[in-house]
Design a protein around this ligand. Structure first.
Ligand code: DAH
Length: 338
């Protein structure tokens, strides 16, 4: 009995001071295992007188129960503590300020393209598209470009082979649309174009144009000028003036380069318009009868106008940017300003 008492006291002390399950398992082996201390005590009972055995047996059983109770209490305490610690370690401090997500926006070039698209969609135009890998046939031949036209030169154009190239302008889409649609035609075509230019503040081998084409009966230069004026006022402001200067393009006759009055100085002269008062934004003209004919449209019945606008040039002027490379560097500090 005394032996049992001593063992229980020791066991209680050790179990209560255990701080993890590993220690508990060790103690279980030590006290309850096959060679454990309780078993030793039970073995010693064979030496007792028969009349003493029942009391001793009961005491041994009580001791076993007591040990089991001590172990299960200790296990509960240890596992509760582990749960508490884990909850504490993995707690979320909902008062910590969140990490800010930067939400982007459309690129300034896309903004300009969308704005122009919307103006023309409002006028009943449709958006057309054409391939960037284009044929000599559509990029030059159908557009009435003479065989010796400088833009055909390898110095200026990226050729894949004698027949295939990266389109140098969005104008080939005019020919594709006319071949596949009967007038009336009213389309604009935004897209990427390519030229073998060195990169500098105003040149890039890749840039964007927006082409426009209208073909119907009785389309005149008056319609072209009215359309350009309306577009310029929507795009740059109500007071904007439009100026046409005679020019040459193979696919239009007559042809013009088109300037709009500077929306910063209203035509007086300032750094944005380089003190010209006007800014050139596009080329335009009446579709050449040869082009209509090439595309299966009878120039005796139909006429049309077309123009092609430089997106980068327009965006630079609209946003007051003096270096086109900024559009392509994707520096968020630049892009976030627009
Ligand atoms: N394709 C011409 C260019 O890249 C721009 C142009 C001029 C387009 C006159 C036209 C036009 O449709 O009528 O320089």
């Amino acid at each position: 009995m005394l032996q049992l008492d001593v063992m229980l006291k020791n066991a209680e002390r050790e179990i209560l001071s255990a701080t993890d399950m590993k220690k508990i398992e060790e103690l279980k082996v030590q006290y309850l295992g096959k060679k454990g201390e309780l078993t030793q005590v039970l073995r010693g009972m064979s030496a007792l007188a028969p009349e003493d055995r029942p009391a001793a047996g009961k005491a041994a059983n009580d001791a076993r129960e007591k040990l089991n109770q001590l172990f299960s209490d200790a296990e509960k305490i240890i596992s509760d503590k582990a749960v508490k610690e884990r909850l504490y370690e993995e707690r979320l401090d909902v008062t910590v300020p969140g990490r800010k997500q930067d939400i982007g926006h459309t690129h300034p070039l896309t903004q300009v393209i969308r704005k122009i698209e919307n103006i023309f969609i409002g006028l009943g135009y449709q958006i057309a598209e054409g391939p960037e890998v284009e044929s000599v046939h559509y990029n030059f031949d159908q557009l009435n470009a003479p065989d010796n036209h400088p833009s055909r030169d390898e110095q200026d154009t990226f050729y894949f082979d004698a027949e295939k190239l990266l389109r140098t302008q969005t104008s080939p889409v005019q020919a594709r649309v006319m071949e596949n649609n009967a007038p009336p035609i009213r389309i604009i075509c935004p897209g990427r174009v390519y030229r073998a230019d060195e990169v500098d503040a105003t040149h890039s081998p890749i840039f964007h144009q927006i082409e426009a084409l209208v073909v119907d009966k009785d389309i005149t230069m008056g319609n072209l000028v009215a359309t350009l004026k309306l577009f310029a006022k929507e795009m740059f402001g109500e007071e904007t003036e439009v100026r046409l200067r005679p020019h040459y393009f193979p696919f239009t006759e007559p042809s013009a380069e088109v300037d709009v009055s500077c929306w910063v100085c209203k035509g007086k002269g300032c750094p944005v318009c380089k003190y010209e008062g006007f800014i050139e934004i596009l080329g335009a003209g009446m579709v050449h009868p040869n082009v209509l004919r090439n595309c299966g449209i009878d120039p005796d019945i139909y006429s049309g106008f077309a123009f092609g606008l430089g997106v980068e040039r327009t965006a630079m002027a609209v946003f007051g940017i003096n270096d086109l490379r900024l559009f392509y560097e994707n520096d968020a500090r630049f892009l976030s300003q627009f």
